[in-house]
Design a protein around this ligand. Structure first.
Ligand code: SF4
Length: 417
């Protein structure tokens, strides 16, 4: 379907998908909120997935676990609920620091129709005052991996207190250091109150209300954005803070929402922009003119494609995304080169056929596809790495470009060998 002469053209597909489920987002959420615990109610497969995804990172103390649904549970819901209550009681006794407990639904809990919302209510009554129990779904039937964060944040929103105070609310997990840096810049621009969701402590949720201006740090938070707008927040339309251009526009949009003079914004950000562009140069020299194919995975694909084409000179063969939220992506879509080929959803075979025919220089894809494609001689970049890495903001643009340049360098080194 072609939208307009110069607009991106869109292929909508459904069929076999090759993406992680929403359980994966536990890997970064548990680091962000050390006083929360994520209890996956699922099978051994689910436990393996979370552990191996977490194995990508080094961490001292896991703050997640799996309540394994065994055969007995599958035979009777009463048993599964009793088992869950027993396990939660044990966990809370052993881990007094837990303040928020997320029950995370999975494919097995969904298939046996275990009602985790009811279980959370019951457990809240049992452990009143000790812990807050919430639930959301990370099931592969319903979610792709970044949607797990959207679900977890939506579960927190009803607990956020109300406020009329003017404030900037940044939604979406950022690396702690990046968050500090961006918050510091907003303060210097003159925005006094800046709060984040998720917060660093799950029990210290920010307030929300009519004075709240909502700025999304991540593009995959459609449900969270809707729920915050329902609580009175006003959404700031902006590109996402990836690359020099996107990050500057993101900060400028927030400043405009608070009536800050663009000259003040320019005075603070122009030196950073200058430095950011210089940091991009060596990577641009390698990436420019290279052909990039983005498979649908994290929902970061469209902002990344915009950055890699406009600031690094890459040619976009196809930009896939698991879901396209046109409202949250409006500013990004407007910045893509005219005629960019977008695809939404996935029919794996068809997409791989297009990919092989195009022979791109670099493919952004999930872990499951990276090895087979590398074996075919196609350089790949794991999309999950971009969710774990500190890539947001003007200062990080060089590092973001480097992540892509590194894949090409590695492939060149292998070919030489
Ligand atoms: Fe697999 Fe579903 Fe468990 Fe995810 S939730 S690991 S897709 S069984």
């Amino acid at each position: 379907m072609v939208v307009a002469a110069s607009s991106p053209s869109l292929i909508r597909e459904s069929g076999q998908r090759e993406v992680f489920c929403g359980l994966t987002s536990i890997v970064w959420l548990h680091r962000r909120m050390p006083d929360a615990f994520f209890l996956v109610v699922g099978s051994r497969t689910c436990a393996h997935l979370v552990q191996s995804a977490a194995g990508v990172m080094i961490f001292a103390e896991p703050r997640f676990g799996t309540a394994i649904l065994g055969e007995r549970d599958l035979a009777g819901l009463a048993d599964a609920n009793e088992e869950l209550d027993r396990l939660v009681a044990q966990l809370l006794e052993r881990r007094p620091e837990i303040r928020t407990l997320f029950l995370v639904g999975s494919c097995p809990s969904e298939v046996i129709k275990l009602d985790l919302a009811k279980a959370a209510e019951r457990l809240n009554r049992q452990h009143l005052g000790r812990v807050t129990v919430l639930n959301y779904s990370g099931s592969g039937i319903e979610t792709t991996f970044t949607q797990g964060e959207d679900g977890a944040l939506q579960a927190l929103i009803p607990l956020m207190p109300a406020t009329d105070q003017p404030q900037l609310l940044i939604a979406g997990t950022l690396a702690d250091g990046v968050e500090e840096r961006l918050t510091g810049l907003f303060h210097r621009l003159g925005i006094e109150r800046v709060v984040s969701l998720p917060p660093r402590r799950s029990s210290e949720l920010p307030a929300v209300g009519p004075g709240t201006r909502l700025l999304l740090a991540q593009p995959f938070l459609s449900g969270t954005a809707r729920a915050l707008v329902d609580r009175g927040a006003q959404l700031i339309q902006a590109p996402y803070p990836l690359g020099v251009e996107g990050s500057r526009a993101w900060m400028a949009a927030a400043a405009a929402a608070f009536g800050i003079d663009p000259a003040v914004v320019a005075e603070l950000l122009d030196p950073l922009v200058e430095r950011g562009r210089r940091a991009l140069e060596p990577h641009r020299a390698l990436l420019a003119g290279r052909r990039l194919f983005l498979l649908p995975d994290s929902q970061l694909e469209i902002p990344l494609a915009r950055f890699l084409s406009r600031e690094c000179g890459m040619e976009l063969v196809e930009v896939g995304t698991p879901y396209l939220d046109r409202q949250l992506m409006a500013e990004e879509l407007a910045l893509l080169p005219p005629g960019t080929q977008l695809s939404e959803g996935q029919h794996l075979e068809n997409q791989l056929e297009r990919l092989r025919a195009a022979r791109p220089d670099l493919v952004l894809c999930g872990l499951g596809l990276a090895n087979p494609l590398e074996a075919e001689g196609i350089a790949t970049k794991w999309s999950i790495e971009l969710v774990f890495s500190p890539i947001h903001g003007i200062d990080q643009a060089g590092d973001l470009a480097e992540l892509f340049a590194r894949s090409l360098r590695r492939r060149a080194a292998l070919s030489f060998a």
